[in-house]
Design a protein around this ligand. Structure first.
Ligand code: FES
Length: 575
């Protein structure tokens, strides 16, 4: 193993050597270099360029990823910036993940993209990389890979879509996709209106423009110092996105020449805490807790879920975006962008951390334009929602934790006790949820199990549909509990990420129809009110599902960690 595969906290940054390093092992380095340069000349490059700093541009552009349709233009702008600054750009592909084009679940494949990215960053003769992604799992996977490979890295998000519209309504993916679908199920929206809205929910290329997982992860990447200031919020189709790409290209050449900062050095307890504060203030996606834990794990840092909860108690939701509020990413961008929000939060943040343009956060916040739209980025005394965005629960049903997007829940349901109605996996849920004979009342607690990281790759199925007969009667929310995730664009009183999951023999596996379950959000507990002796009897009958026989599915099922540890593979976490 060569020395640049190893991370050494104490020593100088690893030597970066452009095209002359990481030579293919033939046992003859001179020949390997001769051969490489011959292939380079075959592309039309001249030898005068061979000594330039080499910048890799990791592309997740794919026809199967509509969110990344603008990746080619953005990459062209990044290449222009790299060349202008004296670097040599090389674009290379990795796999791409889109939420609606990844069976059975994009999270199942996130670690594969992280491994793909990491191994290409280790194998290719590059001095720094720009990671071009955006759709939910792509940015976290790319950052995980870059942190493990420990190369200088910038992130260039493809950017969010512009908002859609229908009649007098502004619409956004996918909060309004879900809202309209629920209304359709309840008989309130007819087929024609639904079809018309389908063509208007996503009027441009880009990532979902509400504060879903893609927007959340772009904001957190900027907070961690991976994105040039202000870059998270620029719409995908604005010319400013291309100028941002060019600036990213110029900056990354400086990093390539200096060999720093490396991706791992950006992920520290201080930057991670800043990211958690931003997450709570933007009313961000519950998925971010999984991704932040995984990114932290790659850097040898632990994301403390109880600290996430403590931060939430003192950090109100200030950004007025759906699903918690009303606006869209273009509104946040016009309102001043993430630096303005971070200035509002400055007294809580560690402003000594570095930004992606090599300043201290304090200096950036001082020089960033003063303009702020107070309706979109609210002052602390006028938050968007009372209380914190994300609450972390524990209790007899979730000994290692569970997450509730409190700000998107229904107030009266936050303290609730009711009988369980259990679904064993997604197929069971799909088969019975709309059965007119389903014995369910609005008081029931809907439980979905077998949908955790081992059980099903943790799909976004946690926002269990309201049973059709209740939806038609006007019920819009119920307490729902699962070991699954939910989309960052979704809403409701939904307890997610229950750890350990049912397939890991967690208490969720022991719940039976009619058991009483108590959700006590104020006390941060979710409890199964069944005597211990009875649970012990049920545990004896409980059998975990068999692992898949082969391939990546087997690797995943046998090595994936639980949600509280980011669902990374146990052999990829850094000590
Ligand atoms: Fe790609 Fe929402 S599906 S960002």
């Amino acid at each position: 193993m060569s020395d640049d595969r190893e991370h050494d906290d104490s020593g100088p940054p690893p030597r970066r050597g452009g095209l002359a390093h990481r030579l293919t092992r033939y046992g003859d380095d001179e020949f390997a270099r001769f051969l490489r340069e011959a292939f380079l000349e075959s592309t039309g490059l001249t030898a005068a360029t061979f000594d330039r700093p080499v910048v890799g541009i990791a592309s997740t552009g794919s026809d199967f990823n509509p969110c990344h349709a603008t990746a080619p233009q953005l990459i062209e702008a990044i290449r222009r910036g790299v060349t202008m600054a004296g670097g040599l750009p090389f674009t290379f592909p990795t796999i791409s993940l889109h939420e609606s084009f990844a069976y059975p679940s994009s999270l199942l494949l996130r670690n594969l993209l992280a491994m793909d990215t990491e191994e290409m960053l280790r194998a290719l003769p590059l001095d720094a990389v720009v990671l071009v992604g955006g759709c939910d799992k792509t940015l976290p996977a790319q950052i995980m890979g870059a942190v493990s490979a420990d190369v200088p890295a910038l992130v260039a998000p493809v950017g969010p879509m512009l908002a859609g519209w229908d009649e007098s309504e502004r619409l956004g993916a996918c909060t309004d996709c879900r809202r309209l679908w629920s209304a359709h199920r309840a008989g309130q929206v007819d087929e024609a209106r639904l079809r018309r809205a389908r063509g208007r929910l996503m009027p441009t290329h880009g990532t979902c423009m509400v504060m879903g997982t893609a927007s959340t992860m772009a904001c957190l990447a900027e907070a961690l110092g991976f994105v040039l200031p202000g870059g998270a919020t620029i719409p995908a189709v604005h010319a400013e996105r291309l100028r941002f790409g060019e600036a990213t290209g110029r900056r990354v050449v400086e990093m390539a020449a200096a060999g720093q900062p490396t991706a791992r050095s950006l992920v520290t307890p201080a930057s991670l805490r800043n990211a958690v504060i931003v997450l709570q203030a933007i009313g961000g996606s519950t998925n971010a807790l999984i991704h932040l834990a995984a990114i932290a794990g790659r850097a040898g840092v632990t994301l403390d879920l109880d600290e996430v909860d403590r931060v939430g108690r003192t950090t109100p939701v200030l950004v007025d975006l759906k699903p918690v509020g009303a606006g869209f990413m273009e509104d946040l961008h016009r309102a001043g962008g993430l630096p303005v929000l971070m200035r509002r939060l400055a007294s809580s943040l560690d402003t000594g951390v570095a930004t992606a343009d090599a300043r201290r956060l304090a200096d950036l916040l001082e020089s960033w334009p003063a303009w702020c739209d107070d309706e979109v980025i609210r002052p602390a005394d006028r938050p968007v929602a009372p209380g914190e965005a994300l609450a972390v629960l524990r209790g007899s049903l979730a000994p290692d934790g569970a997450v509730l997007k409190r700000a998107a829940a229904t107030g009266p349901l936050l303290q609730h006790e009711g009988p369980a109605l259990v679904f064993n996996g997604l197929d069971d849920m799909a088969a019975r949820i709309d059965d007119p004979a389903l014995p369910v009342t609005p008081d029931h607690v809907l439980v979905l199990r077998g949908a955790g990281p081992i059980g099903a790759g943790m799909p976004e199925a946690g926002s269990i549909p309201i049973p059709a007969k209740l939806a038609r009667a006007g019920v819009t929310d119920m307490v729902r509990i699962s070991d699954a995730r939910m989309s960052g664009t979704a809403y409701g009183t939904v307890v997610l990420h229950v750890s350990p999951e049912a397939a890991a023999s967690g208490p969720l596996a022991l719940v039976e129809d009619g058991d009483r379950i108590r959700l006590d959000t104020a006390g941060r507990r979710v409890d199964l009110l069944v005597p211990d002796e009875e649970l012990a009897r049920r545990r004896e009958r409980c059998r975990p599902p068999p692992a898949p026989a082969r391939g990546y599915a087997r690797l995943h099922a046998t090595h994936v960690l639980q949600a509280d540890r980011g669902c990374d593979f146990d052999f990829l976490v850094s000590e």
